[in-house]
Design a protein around this ligand. Structure first.
Ligand code: V0D
Length: 259
């Protein structure tokens, strides 16, 4: 089935293949939490002599497609790296464009997310986000907070080392105020102070566009996660690619360092 998926990813029938592959995958263990580094949007645009913005915009449509599939597969949480703390260094015009994408995405897809029982969440430092971005995001969080289906968790202005430092500061604060005993601090306590506190650690990390690194994404949470890399650029990422990642995950033995 794995080779079958590979051979057909570029063929015209790839959507039919995706349907039969989907049935097969649903018989196996579906990763509860999948995290994705959606890389290659700028490169996709460059290849077509389009402005980088065109790649970001195309990437947004892929977010909708993969969210829909993840929800149908019964994935519990999908965390998407949408904007890193490093991304502020990009040209202002590009940052301004990116900060309009949550509004556009939600204006188009929020009704569908509500209907499909999806819960929108955001992790990251929200304070630095423009007001217009934040209000669109907050509205979506509020409108979907009672939903019980897929958790669609956007990492927005997120960086893992900052997240860990922030957690340590809060722990130190709580210890100083005797809300917490230093002897009590363990992995589960630190986990509770991270931005992902309510979510379990990802079972599967996907990174597109050929870069083989974590780039300061969920460093603590990815300790035992299966990592899956592809050269496919995010705007070209198809349902079959997502299914392939899950199929590969299902083939791997998860031993947690045991035997
Ligand atoms: C651009 C590829 C959806 C990656 C996907 C502000 C880069 C498209 C959102 C989004 C971005 C975020 C929050 C939310 C709803 C939607 C998004 C950004 C970039 C950065 F509540 N796509 N998307 N946000 N891109």
């Amino acid at each position: 089935m794995l080779n079958f998926l590979k051979r057909t990813r570029d063929s015209k029938k790839s959507s039919d293949t995706a349907i039969s592959a989907k049935d097969d995958i649903m018989k196996g263990t579906i990763p509860s939490h999948i995290a994705i580094i959606m890389d290659g949007n700028g490169r996709w645009a460059n290849k077509r002599s389009l402005p980088r913005m065109a790649g970001h915009h195309e990437g947004m449509k892929v977010v909708r497609k993969i969210t829909k599939l993840a929800n149908e597969l019964g994935v519990q949480a999908l965390t998407l790296y949408a904007f890193s703390t490093e991304n502020w260094k990009r040209p202002k015009i590009e940052v301004d464009f990116l900060m309009k994408l949550p509004e556009e995405f939600l204006a188009t897809y929020l009704p569908e997310l509500v209907e499909k029982n999806v819960q929108v969440r955001v992790m990251g430092d929200k304070d630095r986000l423009p007001r217009h971005t934040l209000s669109a995001v907050n509205k979506a969080i509020k409108e979907t907070e009672k939903n019980t289906g897929l958790i669609l968790n956007f990492a927005l202005n997120y960086g893992s080392r900052t997240e860990i430092i922030q957690a340590i500061k809060k722990i130190a604060d709580d210890a100083k105020e005797h809300k917490l005993n230093i002897d009590q601090i363990d992995e589960s306590v630190l986990s509770d102070y991270l931005m992902t506190n309510a979510l379990q650690d990802p079972d599967l990390l996907i990174r597109t566009s050929g870069e083989i690194r974590l780039s300061n994404f969920m460093l603590w949470q990815l300790a035992y996660t299966e990592l899956w890399f592809t050269d496919v650029l995010w705007p070209d990422f198809k349902e079959v690619d997502f299914l392939q990642a899950i199929a590969d995950y299902q083939q791997r033995g998860r031993r947690f360092g045991g035997i």
